[in-house]
Design a protein around this ligand. Structure first.
Ligand code: ARG
Length: 471
């Protein structure tokens, strides 16, 4: 069925209908569409384009449609192309002839732009709550294992011990920035395209600011051409979603490799573990891997929309219909990832023993020991060389940790140094013991006592701060 039948003599080609149809995708916007239509009706009444009776009939029809959408009672008609035409036709069926007045001064071009902004605003609010939920889960994990030590790695090699809580709080930082990016996008998108019409602006003098206010937008868009063709907000939201997806993916990757029994740092809760159809032994962290995989999908959606907009002439082009699905898919995909990740983090089983054993291996406290030599007056480069030589010697002798380096080892390393201060230290009878004490995991942690460092006091304060912020 064609609402623009007057212009055409015959029916459309089914192949054109098929490519043009979007109802299976955009029906998700039904509630937003009805909300926008109701505000439009009130605007039409204020502009004296509807009588009070007509307004009430239309608003009553829209409200009853709303109930049916919520209850899943609408029969979406694929021959009506999209959600806008479906709902307009359903309205006319209910309210009769007055239904034909609904679309006065409106085009589907300003209509869909309005729907998308309403949808984006409410979905971003929902995502924000879920981002907060994941942050709370992470803070909970950090608090449950406040004393756990993790081997901090760079290049995936043992680097320096860090507190697990410190590591987990790094993700809280990322998620806070993600929240900020969504909030920024919403602050910019919260304007009303209604009254922009198809391209030039509606042909009736209605109060766009009042309609904007009615829909809790900050105001009307300033330019009808931009309003009907702008999808910057889709890009911004998908960029925020893709980056958040990348953050979740990094955590998913860590959970996956930490779960390998060779590391044995964590196990995902049983409800999040999956078996194998073939191997009876398997306990796989599939949801963590899927979160990693979903990040690729989010990246693709973002680049897809950027490609769609590039080179598109003003104003509305039908290509823009292709921006709807990525937005819906992207925000729904991120919701899935956030929820799965929250569940995994809430129930994550942590082996503090395995983590601590790994954290003390790999000569992970070498930096702390060389910092100690610096504190005793040795130049940093020379301290680095001395400790490096000791590590190499211990490794050759099959000794696994700097806490095992004997007095003679240190005396020899220090006496052969070009640094006069280091040679002086060689004569200090307590130096070996001091360096062994400085080589413990605890001493190493305690040294990083700077803003943003992993020293236990700093991490306790950071955790308190996060808890206070998250309520
Ligand atoms: N469903 C469309 C969209 O999402 C609105 C269609 C406007 N169509 C048109 N031919 N002007 O963009």
């Amino acid at each position: 069925m064609r609402l623009w039948g007057g212009r055409f003599a015959g029916p459309s080609d089914p192949r054109a209908d098929e490519i043009g149809r979007s109802i299976d995708v955009d029906r998700v916007l039904a509630l937003d569409d009805l909300e926008g239509s109701a505000a439009h009706v009130r605007g039409l009444f204020s502009a004296r384009l509807l009588t009070a009776e007509e307004r009430d009939a239309l608003l009553g029809g829209l409200a009853s449609l709303r109930d049916d959408v919520v209850a899943g009672r609408i029969d979406w008609d694929p021959s009506l192309e999209d959600v806008h035409l479906n709902l307009e036709a359903a309205l006319s069926e209910r309210v009769g002839a007055v239904g034909a007045k609904l679309h006065t001064g409106r085009s589907r071009n300003d209509q869909v732009a309005t729907d998308l902004r309403l949808f984006a605003r409410r979905t971003a609010a929902d995502l924000d709550a879920r981002l907060l939920g994941l942050e709370r889960a992470l803070v909970g994990l950090a608090s449950r294992h406040a004393g756990a030590v993790l081997p901090g790695t760079t290049h995936l090699q043992p680097a320096q011990p860090v507190l697990l809580a410190h590591h987990v709080l790094a993700y809280v930082e990322m998620l806070e920035r993600d929240r900020g990016r969504f909030a920024d996008a919403v602050a910019r998108l919260n304007v009303s395209p209604l009254g922009s019409g198809a391209v030039a602006g509606a042909g009736f003098r209605f109060d766009r600011a009042a309609v904007a206010h009615d829909l809790a937008f900050d105001g009307p868009t300033a330019n009808s051409i931009d309003a009907t063709s702008d999808r910057d907000f889709v890009v911004e939201l998908l960029a925020a979603a893709a980056l958040c997806g990348a953050h979740l993916s990094r955590l998913g990757e860590e959970i996956a490799w930490w779960s390998n029994p060779a590391f044995g740092f964590v196990r995902v809760p049983e409800g999040f573990a999956t078996g194998s159809s073939m191997m009876p032994n398997k306990r796989n962290p599939d949801p963590a891997e899927l979160v990693r995989g979903k990040a690729a999908r989010l990246t693709g959606l973002l680049t897809g929309v950027l490609g769609l907009l590039k080179g598109l002439p003003l104003a509305y082009q039908r290509d823009l219909q292709e921006s709807v699905e990525p937005l819906l898919d992207g925000l729904a995909t991120l919701r899935l990832s956030l929820d799965a990740m929250t569940g995994m983090v809430e129930g994550l089983e942590v082996s503090e023993e395995r983590m601590r054993a790994a954290a003390s291996s790999g000569f992970s406290t070498a930096t702390a020991v060389s910092d100690l030599l610096v504190e005793r007056g040795v130049a940093f480069r020379e301290a680095h060389r001395i400790v490096g030589a000791v590590v190499r010697g211990l490794e050759d002798d099959g000794v696994g940790a700097l806490t095992e380096a004997g007095d003679t080892v240190w005396r020899e390393a220090l006496t052969t140094s070009a640094d006069t201060c280091a040679r002086g230290l060689a004569a200090d009878p307590g130096i070996g013991q001091a360096l062994r004490e400085g080589a413990t995991v605890e001493a190493s942690l305690a040294r990083a006592d700077v803003v943003g460092g992993t020293a236990p006091g700093r991490v306790v304060a950071a955790l308190d701060e996060a808890r206070a912020r998250l309520g």
